[in-house]
Ligand binder design. Sequence first.
Ligand SMILES: *Cc1c(COP(=O)(O)O)cnc(C)c1O
Length: 296
Amino acid sequence: MFKFSENANVQLNDYLSVKPEYLIDPFISGNKYRKLNYNVLDAKKRGYQTLLTFGGAYSNHIAAVAAAGKRFGFQTLGVIRGEELATKTQGNPTLEYAKSQGMQFHYVTREAYRTKDTTLFIEELNQQFGDFYTIPEGGTNELAIKGCEEILTKQDEKFDFIVCSVGTGGTISGIINSAKSHQKILGFPALKGDFLRKDISKFARNENWDLITDYHFGGYAKINSELISFINDFKSQFHIPLDPIYTGKMAFGVFDLIKKGYFPKDAKILMIHTGGLQGIAGMNQLLEKKNMVKIQ
Ligand SMILES: *Cc1c(COP(=O)(O)O)cnc(C)c1O
């Protein structure tokens, strides 16, 4: 169903390369494609016609599920955090895109959103919308991790460090499970908080990983002008676009650690570019409002 063509790694210099997962698909971006693959197959096999998932107003996952649904013949239903957004779909690039792919929205208050994993919440949705296949927020479940175990391939065995951005921890868990024993996996969380280590330990079958928690820039979707200028410089130097929520922070962190001598001499590092480029438009709206330099 999902087609993958393996993209060659892009070498930035002697020790640093990028795995361009963002090239997999322009709309079902990077790791979200990997995470959805086996879920969509499972939903098809079990005869579901509707995919339901959850997310915020700028969520890469919401955009990816909407696109995957349209492409593979499912109706899609997005439970969106924030009731006030119901009147603001227009002008929000992510929600407008998801809508163009046929996604139907169900806006809920932040309090209600917090109960989204309860049976009661799901039953109420069932009454309103009928039967659906549920994909969790951010898309992380066993099948998603199985998909992410296919990110690393033979060409990646030569690297000593594999680094990736971390949201819910699904992507890094798949990478950890498929890495070789000589490789160390470093995750850069895009949000604050210590819960991630525990979440990753639930799915990861190896111990060869660590989290670098110094590069969240104040929390999820928080940015500053230093980060934006790093992203713009990176693009003009290497011709690779980075997103401001995930991959930009990871790459910033890697460059900073290199400067500080964190990595052993001669270590070869592979950065996984997990995609997320659809989020740039929404962030640029915000930057414009704040009169800050935009992402190029
Ligand atoms: C969702 C996302 C992540 C985080 O993936 P998890 O599996 O939730 O940790 C990283 N990068 C990008 C671009 C994403 O969209």
